[in-house]
Design a protein. Structure first.
Length: 194
């Protein structure tokens, strides 16, 4: 299993098997590897694994829904994830922005999208990929905050979405560890630009 990321014009190869051996984890019967620099945290939901990079405002997650991953599920999941990174921040309004499936990140992908959240002057975005892997429907993604208080409403309202290079790099590692796929540079670039 080979995963290639391009950073600053040079290609770097990462073997997902090495990641699995170093930081193996499991949630609701789905095995995955915690990406480098991320710490696995405690979750109040035994079907959601949450990881965060202590040096950034970025979190990753693996969720194994026991129901359809519809808008209500994704909104509840986003509220759960926000409570891990920003425990004192609540009262988010959420909207789901589905992605087109013409550009997939994974051959196991069944759906993808973005959940945008706004609470006062804080904007939060969750990017998710829904996979059919290891005999389960699995929601894998990242959550991050973007912009300043002045930008929050604009970022929530705008049709597009924000992008975190370090977040997506870690997310590709996480997806590879769930699916066992080999990713190439072209596929990772296409998927991140969805």
């Amino acid at each position: 299993m080979l995963f290639t990321i391009t950073t600053a014009g040079s290609a770097r190869q990462v073997f997902s098997q090495d990641l699995e051996l170093k930081k193996a984890a499991e949630v609701a019967g789905v095995k995955f590897a915690v990406p480098e620099a991320y710490m696995l945290g405690q979750s109040s939901d035994n079907r959601v694994a949450f990881m965060h990079d202590p040096t950034t405002q970025i979190g990753l997650f693996v969720a194994v829904p026991d129901q359809l991953a519809d808008d209500k599920y994704l909104t509840n999941l986003s509220n759960n994830l926000v409570s891990h990174l920003w425990p004192r921040q609540n009262g988010f309004s959420w909207k789901i922005v589905p992605h087109t499936l013409d550009r997939k990140v994974s051959s196991y992908q069944t759906n993808a999208g973005t959940t945008k959240g706004l609470s006062g002057k804080k904007f939060v975005q969750t990017d998710y990929i829904i996979l059919k892997a290891q005999g389960h429907d699995v929601v894998v993604g990242l959550i991050a905050t973007f912009g300043s208080e002045l930008d929050a409403q604009f970022l929530f309202d705008v049709k597009g979405r924000e992008y975190s290079i370090p977040g997506w790099q870690a997310l590709f590692h996480l997806i590879a560890s769930v699916t066992g796929e080999r990713f190439d540079e072209q596929k990772t670039r296409r998927g991140a630009d969805q």
